[in-house]
Design a protein around this ligand. Structure first.
Ligand code: CUA
Length: 427
């Protein structure tokens, strides 16, 4: 009865479900047995025809007393016994467990693997291997919850906590913050990707050659990788904090009334100690301090990235001129779609690896189902994609800002068909 739990994707899940379902069933059984009989008696023995009947005197029954004392006690001991056993199993971590460091902060999850690799809002683990997520919070209380794995634990500033589990099914699972931690708590989610050991090894050992990138590109990677994008837009829109668009050289007025032009020192200090200079009109204590989390080179890269957002290549209004040496009509539809993805700035907001940037990722997008801001359900098909490109504001996906410019008049039907074909390849 009442089987409402999500898929059992970890080793412990069937056990937890078993005890949980047992408690639910017992509760339902006793609720019906007690309340049901009570209601029945209340109706059956109501005062009929205004005649008083004397209530019979019933003396106690030792047999009954024994039954309803001993039986529930045994049931409780039984439940407590398995509760303790399974809890121990849940909390015991073998020495060879794979450790992933988890940092929660408003409003972003970041993960660091044993070899130093880091990710943000997506975490990979190999299947059938015990993992331990060692967690810390940079600001307030958060709570780390993976329903499919049946693990949940608070993150407490100033101390480490952990969850541990053995995933038994590959797939993608939701991670939630399940403790109210401020304005964007609802959006503090991540994806857990359980993959085969071979896939995991390949993924975790893959290192991008950072020397191939310019500081601006590296800064942009940090912008999404460190979760700046949760609060700072690139298009001039105010999310939680000020937009990065034209943030360099901008006239800044602080809460204190102090005015100056934004420069390198200001940006650096804003990253390391944000609360020391809150811009007028913006809330305090929203941004976590990145002191100790970014080195000087990384900060330099972010500054370079912010400087590059001087409006000369506006994210929203303007579209980059197409490179003249590419004749899109000669490309296959998929190639054409990919070209448009890269050159019409889709790439700025839509990732290909499943991570959330500004808009939904294009990975596995075709055929995806979900809910729009206004609560209506959608399925991503040709029609949906077309109108999302031409009139994006008409169907903003729940949990995303209405931030995409309409491409009406900028892309023709063949271009859009190409994008659709390209999306279909992004499994
Ligand atoms: Cu973090 Cu709610």
């Amino acid at each position: 009865m009442f089987r409402y739990l999500p898929e059992q994707a970890s080793e412990i899940a069937p056990k937890i479900d078993w005890i949980n379902n047992l408690i639910t069933d017992l509760s339902v059984f006793f609720t019906v047995a007690i309340v049901g009989v009570m209601i029945f008696f209340a109706i059956y023995y109501r005062k009929k025809d205004g005649v008083d009947h004397e209530t019979p005197q019933i003396k106690g029954s030792h047999t009954l007393e024994w039954i309803w004392t001993v039986l529930p006690t045994l049931v409780c001991i039984y439940i407590a016994y398995y509760g303790v056993i399974y809890y121990q199993e849940l909390r015991y971590v073998p020495d060879d467990a794979m450790v992933v460091n988890v940092v929660g902060q408003k409003w972003n999850w970041s993960f660091k693997y044993e070899n130093g690799k880091e990710t943000s809002n997506v975490v990979y683990v190999p299947v059938n291997r015990r993992v331990k997520f060692l967690m810390e919070s940079k600001d307030v209380l958060h709570s780390f919850f993976i329903p499919a794995m049946r693990v949940k634990r608070d993150l407490v500033p100033g101390m480490y906590t952990y969850v541990s589990f053995t995933p038994v099914m590959t797939g993608e699972y939701h991670v939630f913050c399940t403790e109210y931690c401020g304005q964007d708590h609802y959006d503090m989610t991540a994806k857990l990707k359980v993959v085969s050991q071979a896939e995991y090894d390949e993924w975790v050992n893959y290192k991008e050659d950072l020397s191939a990138f310019t500081p601006v590109e590296l800064g942009k990677k940090l912008y999404t990788g460190k979760g700046c994008n949760a609060c700072h837009s690139l298009n001039g829109k105010k999310i939680i904090g000020p937009s990065f668009l034209k943030a360099y050289g901008r006239e800044v007025e602080l809460e204190s009334g102090e005015k100056f032009k934004s420069d390198e020192n200001y940006i650096k200090n804003s990253i390391l100690a944000p609360n020391s200079q809150i811009v007028k009109g913006y809330p305090k204590n929203q941004m976590p301090a990145f002191e100790g989390q970014l080195d000087d080179t990384q900060i330099g890269n972010i500054i370079a990235f912010i400087k590059s957002l001087d409006g000369s290549q506006a994210i929203e209004e303007e579209v980059l001129p197409e490179k003249s040496d590419v004749d899109v009509t000669k490309l296959t539809p998929v190639e054409r779609g990919k070209y448009i993805y890269q050159n019409k700035l889709c790439v700025t907001c839509h990732s290909l690896d499943g991570s959330k940037v500004i808009g939904p990722s294009f990975k596995g997008i075709y055929g995806r189902e979900g809910e729009l801001q206004d609560g209506t359900k959608y399925v991503v098909d040709d029609e949906y994609i077309k109108s999302s490109i031409l009139k994006p504001m008409s169907q903003v996906v729940k949990g995303y800002p209405a931030a995409m410019p309409p491409y009406e008049g900028q892309l023709n039907d063949d271009d859009i068909a190409g994008v659709i074909e390209y999306m279909k390849t992004l499994k």
